[in-house]
Ligand binder design. Structure first.
Ligand SMILES: O=C(O)C1=C[C@@H](OP(=O)(O)O)[C@@H](O)[C@H](O)C1
Ligand SMILES: C=C(OP(=O)(O)O)C(=O)O
Length: 454
């Protein structure tokens, strides 16, 4: 990660000087990096993560695994290995699995992936592992993971709250087997159980019961990544029972994983092309991916523009008009703040549906987007499961971010078109994209963009 210079408490979001024309290299995916770390830590041999994301969420994951005994070394292209967390380029992480053990304390910050994916890992460790985090982490749902782990044989002391803080008293092994879980509040409950399941004595059979399951692409990502390290996984898609996943016990291979760019973090830059009628290219956009950000190709095209996937990456070109959209974002909920920002600048109303669970994300995203957009003069109402956005002329003002990286990047998108937007605590983008303010400024500096027009 590039160490950012001190950022002001109120960051003046730059107004776009015209149509953007830039190539923006986006760091690795948070979701892939943190899954890759967990799987490598559970493998029977060392492995590599190349181009990992180095941000608060992924450093917390790496540090947590290290406190449980896993070796994780960071290698810059030309320098020697050093412990993760030290300053440095960090182009690859070598993960050396070891006997997992406590006592240890895991700081989950406000990272859903850390607070959900690691309790099953801790259940496999020998000794007590205490989990704690930011105040918001106490409010985010964890009950499904706690109850499922208990049903599978784990001992967890959570003071009966079903949330953080808690201690997993790892017994060195876990029975595993069949378990029912209501994962309607977070797909990460299912991913958490599946990721560690090859190491459970009986594997696992996870059956989701309850209302609709959000963020299915993220569960597919879990399954794909498990299979890529040799796990056997049966899924509903592969002709299995609906809402049932089975993982067979077995050793995992160490592998060399190249982490894809984070397509959800590409969103604000693509939105900049949409909002300014400009053009942005994201290099290394994968041809096939389970990342939900891939849906932006269709969503932003519907909202006004076109995209082309070439050897250079994905190029999105805005048409100069932004149209409203009526869309179910249940599968791709993490894209909602950025879509809401573009929708607030559109030429017709939008309805964003299927995202009630966003009330339990980094902040209550539906309430926060409604309040902050309306305070800039917008006309946004919360629905039972989303937002209704009627575009109006917006004015400048302070956009509060509630420690939510995606609120901050959404505010920057608004600021491209609305003079005088100040983003409170833009540093919160460090959760998944520490270099965001500098990347944004570079995108807007025509001298920094490669000349591509003939
Ligand atoms: O598994 C993952 O990597 C994620 C799953 C999703 O969580 P929810 O299902 O809780 O929305 C997503 O919103 C989050 O950003 C990352
Ligand atoms: C919901 C998100 O994060 P988390 O992994 O903390 O759930 C997100 O990044 O939009």
């Amino acid at each position: 990660m590039t160490e950012s210079p001190a950022l002001p408490a109120l960051w003046p979001a730059p107004l776009a000087p015209g149509a953007v024309d830039a190539t923006v290299t986006v760091p690795g995916s948070k979701s892939v990096t943190n899954r890759g770390l967990v799987l490598a830590a559970l493998s029977s041999e060392p492995g590599w993560l190349r181009r990992p994301l180095r941000s608060r969420d992924t450093l917390l994951m790496a540090e947590a695994l290290r406190t449980m005994g896993v070796g994780i070394e960071e290698t810059a292209s030309s320098s020697s290995a050093g412990a993760v967390g030290q300053a440095g380029g960090g182009e690859a992480w070598r993960v050396i699995p070891a006997g997992l053990h406590g006592p240890a304390t895991v700081d989950v910050g406000n990272a859903g992936t850390v607070m959900r994916f690691l309790p099953p890992v801790a259940a496999l460790a020998a000794g007590p592992i205490r989990f704690d985090g930011d105040p918001r982490s106490y409010e985010r749902p964890l009950d499904g993971v706690i109850e499922a782990l208990r049903a599978l044989g784990a001992r967890i002391d959570d003071d009966g709250r079903g949330s953080l803080p808690m201690t997993v008293h790892g017994g060195g092994a876990l029975d595993g087997g069949p378990v029912e879980i209501d994962a309607s509040s977070s797909s990460q409950f299912v991913s958490a159980l599946l990721l560690s399941a090859p190491r459970f004595n009986q594997g696992v059979e996870v059956r989701h019961v309850g209302a609709a399951l959000p963020s299915m692409p993220h569960i597919r990502m879990t399954v794909d990544m498990l299979r890529s390290v040799g796990a056997q996984v049966d899924t509903p898609e592969a002709g299995g029972e609906p809402n049932v996943w089975r993982v067979t016990p077995g050793a995992l291979l160490g592998r060399d994983l190249i982490v894809e760019p984070d397509l959800s973090n590409a969103q604000p830059f693509l939105a900049a092309a949409l909002v300014t009628g400009g053009r942005v290219t994201i290099p290394d956009w994968p041809e096939h991916t389970t990342q939900p950000g891939d849906a932006l190709r269709e969503i932003f095209t519907t909202m006004g523009g076109s995209c082309e996937l070439t050897d250079q990456g994905l190029t999105f070109t805005g048409s100069g008009r932004i149209h409203g959209i009526d869309v179910d974002l249940g599968e791709v909920g993490e894209l909602t703040p950025g879509i809401a920002a573009a929708a607030a600048l559109a030429d017709s109303p939008s309805t964003l549906r299927g995202v009630a669970h966003l009330r339990l994300h980094e902040t209550d995203r539906l309430a926060a987007l409604t309040k902050e957009l309306n305070e800039l003069g917008g006309d946004v109402t919360e629905t039972a499961d989303g937002l209704h956005i009627r575009p109006r002329a917006l004015h400048g003002g302070v956009f509060h971010t509630y420690d939510d990286h995606r609120l901050a990047t959404a505010a920057a998108v608004i600021g491209l078109a609305v003079p005088g937007v100040e983003v409170e605590n833009v540093a919160t983008t460090g959760k998944t994209l520490p270099d965001f303010p500098a990347m944004w400024t570079r995108m807007l500096d025509p001298a920094a963009a490669p000349a591509r027009r003939a």
